[in-house]
Every structure is written in structure tokens, then in C-alpha cells.
Design a protein around this ligand. Structure first.
Ligand code: FAD
Length: 560
């Protein structure tokens, strides 16, 4: 074992053995960084064995494996952050010490200069001249990033998730430099749109000025992100600006693809074609419901995932409830068309919903996917699958058509290095940290977690992300875990709701004890919750960082 001192804090060496650890400790080393991937050679001790030995000696251990010749900027950023987070002497090793030295050089070159890092490495017999071009590129990239305004935490999207996580962060650390990138001048309480379409809320009650919602002390960049450069820790905005960050939180929601269904965009807002998925159209839904001449009403749902998977049905039940109260239901013919094989994804709630399908005499059309709308002639076209791979086109006439549009990840995400194969931000479902970039988190509708995409999910995710971001900035292990909670208040009739609450795997996860109410049955209490309490909780609790019934679960071994 030959420890070579590269800087006042860092020494490097070739491969170490388990039996060397005691001697390394005696040399004053407090932390070891392993840069050699496991299994490179037969005589190499495993990182697991070395880690155990370090633990036994009270030495910190980090595994940051580098494949020879493949060092990238992201790894040098990780190395730099690791070094910054350590207080005492550090040893980094690989097979010969060359990769550890190169990693150090990449992380230091912008600050110290090319000749100095190459000279320092040469002083302990590592020749970095072959790395000169890569080091020069690193200097240029860091200079460009330095010119960009920088924030401790940059949040993309000022919707439910962006605002909630900003407030939760400030509750934990009030002096954080946080910025939100958000193009819209208005913020919307989207869960209220079902109630607008059902004639319960006024549309105005769901809209506020963005400037009033963004927490004080948070900087607002009123633009949208067009490009993510995770290696440089920067984003590019539509207005040409570039922003740098220590930690990025992606919360830009999902894209409602009205154009995906030919004829839909042009028909919306007229010919009886409407959708509660748009602020300006939800009042038109109520207008159509109130018109007493409904003969043929069709409610559609697209393929999953969609936000609030119950919303297409909620619109329908409220319409039927109104027509029933007015004695018009017998004269109405109502259909629910969904491409799925089931009415609702969590089986426990299906019996209660089926009761209402029967009560309202709704014709349930499974495996029906809306593929075209002819507004002027009031005809909707569906692709109807037989479940065995074959499909046929079927036309249906309507007097009212409520459409839930096709939904997908935003283009800025789909075209970035952040997404999974389906286009959503690829995060760990528990910590909500990006699987590849440790300084990036995501929450809300844009994340690829398997929960119901709802504001209720955001309420539980925001504290988890806030807690884990604070740990990341402090160089500590992540501690907060999200269990996949989501909720869908199914407005089955005016005055009653089936309150679906579940987490990952469709497990029921009720917020209230069974004696208060059973979420699988329609109750007046759940309606009161949706009508009175939830909007108030949204504006005054969740968006203000008050984590009522949403304190994050802490994983064992994490910091408190
Ligand atoms: P959003 O709130 O949609 O916010 C995303 C933000 O990102 C937007 O402000 C957008 O302008 C911004 N943005 C987009 N692209 C960019 C970019 N490139 N750069 C910067 N900013 C960008 N949830 C429930 O819990 N209960 C319900 O009963 C319920 N009912 C619903 C009914 C309807 C009709 C709808 C439409 C939704 C409903 N939801 C419900 C779902 C809930 O509203 C969403 O899940 C929630 O708003 C998701 O929050 P988010 O921040 O991820 O996305």
C-alpha cells in the first residue's frame, strides 16, 4: 500500500486490501472513496468486504466506481460534492490510483487551472497529459455554468407540486436560495374543476394569481424550461436564459394532448363537446348538464396513466345525479367509454361504483378508445378492441360528449436525459431521487412513480422530497420515503363521495379510522371533505408547507 498525497485533504493509492484498513486509519484517513468497480480482477477484494472493514474501524466509505477511460462530468461532480461534504483526510483508490487522480483533476481544474492540476499529479507520478483535452472541456463547461445565475434549489413548474415542495423546503431551511421556473401567470386548483363541471363551485374559486401563490423569498423566473443539461447542472429557458443549480426538482406536470384525437381541439366548447380537464371548459360542462334536452351523453377516458383517473367518471356521475334529481334521467342515454378492461384500477372501490352504474343505467363500454370527433355532426369515433389484438372502428352519435384527453409526459422531459422509456422522469419510487442523477428529484404528475397522479399524492410527496433535498445539500444519506399514497374522491352523487385512498400496489391506505367512515362506501362526510375542507387544505396547508397528516416517513438509519 502506497498512499500518495495529492492535496491537503486527499491522498490516492492503488488497490488496498482489507488488512490495510487499520494502517490507513493510523495514517489519519477518515474517509475512503473506492473508484474501482467490483470484479475487475480475481485477486481484488470486494467493495462489500472493504466497506465492512471500514465500518469496523470507524472510517467513512463511498463507492464511486469508474470504468477505465470513461470518466464523465457527472462523476467528477459527484466526487467534488463528496469531497466537500467530508471534514477530515480522504483516501481515493482504484487499481493504480490513476482513475482517482483523474477524477480529482476533473473536479479541480476549473478552479486551479490546467497546468497546476497536471503538475500536481505529475508530482506524485501520475501522467495526466492524455486527459488534457477532457480537462479543457471541463473548464469551458464550468465557465459557462458559472456565468449562469445559480440557485441552491431550482424547481421546474409552479403547479401543485412545485409550490408545495418550495414551501416545505423553506419550513426546513428558511435561508435556502430557491427559484421556480413557471410560465403561467395563473395557478389553478385543478381538483376543483370536477365541482365546477358539476355546478358546485364557481370556476373563479379555483384560480389565483401565480405571484400570490409563490412563497415569499422564492425567486420566480416566468418562462419555461426547454432543455435540461444534468451533467452541467443547468437548464435552458425559453427566453434564452440559462440557470445553474445545486439541486433540481422537476415538477412540470403532464401534457394534455388535445391534438392526439383528430377533430377534438376544433370541437371543444361547442357542439356539446366539453371537458373538465380545462379551466375554461368546466363551466360549459355544467351548462350542458343544465340544458334539459340531453338525449345521448358520452363520457370518455383515454389510456392510462392520466391525472386523477376517477375524474372522467366523476363528471358523469354528477351529470346523472342532476338529471335524476330533475326527473330527466329516463330520457337520457348515458355511456362510459374506456379503453381499459375495468371500471376503476383498484378493485375494492369497483362494487360501490358499479352500484351507481346500475342506478343511473349507464352503458359501460370497456375497450373503447376515442380516436376521432366530428363536432358539427356530433359523431364520436371509437377504436373498439376485442381484447385479443383485433380492433374495429365504431361511430356513435352524441348530444353531449365529455372528453378526458390523451395524456403524456411534456416534450421537454421526453427529449431529455432525465426520462425513462415511456418519457416520464425516472426516479426511485421511495426517495423520489433521480435514478441516475443524485442532484435531481421529481414529484407530481411528471414522475414515473406508479401512484395515482393526484394532488393528494403531491401532498405526501412534497415533504419527502424536501427532506431528501436538505439531506443531499448537507451530504447526508437520504432518509424520507414515499409509500405511493394517492387519493381520488369519486363524486358518485350530489352530496356523496366514495373516497378512494390507496398506495403502491393498490393497497388501501385510509387517512381516517374505519369508525369515522369506510372509503369504499359513499358517504356525506367525504363529500363535506371534498367541498369544504380539501380546497382550504390545499391553499392554506399544502401550498404553505404545513404538513398536516403528511409528515414524511423516515427510513431506519437516516438522520432525523
Ligand atoms: P400541475 O399542477 O399541472 O402543475 C404543473 C406546472 O408546471 C404548471 O403550472 C405548468 O405551467 C408548469 N410547466 C409545464 N411545463 C413547464 C416547463 N417546461 N417549464 C416550467 N414550467 C412548466 N387530484 C386530487 O388529488 N384530487 C382530485 O379530486 C383531483 N381531481 C382532478 C380533476 C381534474 C379535472 C384534473 C384536471 C385534475 C385533478 N386532480 C385531482 C389531479 C391534480 O390536479 C394533479 O395531479 C396535480 O395538479 C399535479 O400537480 P403537478 O404540480 O404535478 O402538476
Amino acid at each position: 500500500m502506497d498512499l500518495k498525497q495529492l492535496s491537503s485533504q486527499l491522498s490516492v493509492s492503488g488497490q488496498i486490501a482489507v488488512s490495510d484498513i487499520a494502517q490507513i486509519r493510523a495514517a489519519g484517513i477518515k474517509t475512503i472513496i473506492c473508484n474501482r468497480p467490483d470484479g475487475e480482477s480475481a485477486d481484488q477484494p470486494s467493495s462489500e468486504a472493504l466497506q465492512q472493514a471500514c465500518l469496523a474501524q470507524g472510517i467513512g466509505w463511498f463507492y464511486l466506481p469508474i470504468i477505465p477511460g470513461k470518466i464523465n462530468v457527472h462523476q467528477s461532480n459527484q466526487f467534488k460534492a463528496l469531497m466537500l461534504a467530508q471534514e477530515g483526510a480522504v483516501l481515493a483508490f482504484c487499481r493504480t490510483g490513476m482513475r482517482s487522480t483523474s477524477l480529482w483533476a476533473m473536479s479541480e481544474v476549473a478552479e486551479q487551472g490546467l497546468d497546476r492540476v497536471i503538475g500536481q499529479a505529475a508530482g506524485i507520478d501520475y501522467d495526466l497529459t492524455g486527459l488534457r483535452q477532457k480537462l479543457q472541456q471541463q473548464v469551458l463547461a464550468e465557465q459557462a455554468a458559472d456565468l449562469a445565475p445559480s440557485h441552491d434549489v431550482l424547481i421546474i413548474g409552479g403547479g401543485a407540486a412545485g409550490q408545495a415542495v418550495a414551501s416545505s423546503l423553506l419550513r426546513r431551511k428558511s435561508n435556502l436560495d430557491i427559484a421556480i421556473v413557471e410560465p403561467s401567470a395563473k395557478h389553478y386548483y385543478q381538483p376543483g374543476w370536477t365541482m365546477v363541471g358539476g355546478g358546485v363551485f364557481e370556476a373563479d374559486s379555483t384560480e389565483r394569481e401565480m405571484a400570490q401563490v409563490i412563497p415569499a423569498n422564492v425567486r420566480w423566473h416566468q418562462s419555461s424550461v426547454v432543455e435540461f443539461s444534468p451533467q452541467q447542472q443547468t437548464v435552458s429557458l425559453h427566453d434564452g436564459q440559462q440557470l445553474h443549480y445545486q439541486v433540481l426538482i422537476v415538477a412540470c406536470g403532464l401534457h394534455l394532448d388535445w391534438q392526439a384525437t383528430p377533430g377534438l381541439q376544433e370541437a371543444l366548447g361547442q357542439y356539446g363537446v366539453t371537458s373538465n380537464y380545462r379551466f375554461d371548459l368546466a363551466p360549459y360542462t355544467w351548462q350542458l348538464i343544465k340544458q334539459r334536452a340531453q338525449q345521448k351523453a358520452i363520457f370518455t377516458q383515454p389510456a392510462m396513466p392520466i391525472k386523477c383517473a376517477g375524474a372522467p367518471q366523476k363528471a358523469m356521475y354528477l351529470a346523472c345525479s342532476h338529471w335524476r334529481e330533475e326527473g330527466l334521467l329516463e330520457r337520457s342515454n348515458v355511456e362510459f367509454c374506456t379503453p381499459g378492461d375495468v371500471l376503476f384500477g383498484v378493485a375494492d372501490y369497483v362494487p360501490a361504483l358499479m352500484e351507481y352504474i346500475k342506478r343511473y343505467e349507464i352503458s359501460l363500454q370497456l375497450r373503447h378508445n376515442l380516436v376521432g370527433v366530428d363536432g358539427p355532426n356530433q359523431v364520436a369515433t371509437f377504436s373498439v378492441s376485442d381484447g385479443r389484438g383485433a380492433a374495429e372502428l365504431v361511430e356513435k352519435e352524441f348530444t353531449m360528449l365529455h372528453v378526458c384527453p390523451v395524456q403524456r409526459a411534456p416534450d421537454s422531459i421526453r427529449n431529455s436525459a432525465l426520462c425513462d422509456s415511456a418519457g416520464w422522469v425516472d426516479v426511485d419510487p421511495s426517495s423520489l431521487r433521480h435514478k441516475q442523477y443524485p442532484y435531481i428529484f421529481a414529484l407530481g404528475d411528471v414522475a414515473n412513480t406508479g401512484n395515482a397522479k393526484t394532488a393528494a399524492a403531491v401532498r405526501k410527496q412534497a415533504p419527502v422530497v424536501a427532506q431528501n433535498v436538505i439531506s443531499t445539500l448537507a451530504g447526508r444519506p437520504l432518509q424520507a420515503a414515499y409509500n405511493g399514497y394517492g387519493s381520488c374522491p369519486l363524486t358518485v352523487e350530489h352530496g356523496k363521495i366514495v373516497l378512494a385512498e390507496f398506495c403502491y400496489g393498490g393497497q388501501l391506505d385510509p387517512s381516517f379510522p374505519a369508525w369515522l367512515f369506510d372509503g369504499r362506501k359513499p358517504t356525506k362526510l367525504a363529500w363535506a371533505l371534498k367541498e369544504k375542507l380539501l380546497p382550504w387544505l390545499y391553499w392554506n396547508g399544502m401550498l404553505k408547507g404545513r404538513e398536516w397528516l403528511a409528515a414524511p416517513e423516515l427510513v431506519k438509519g437516516g438522520d432525523k
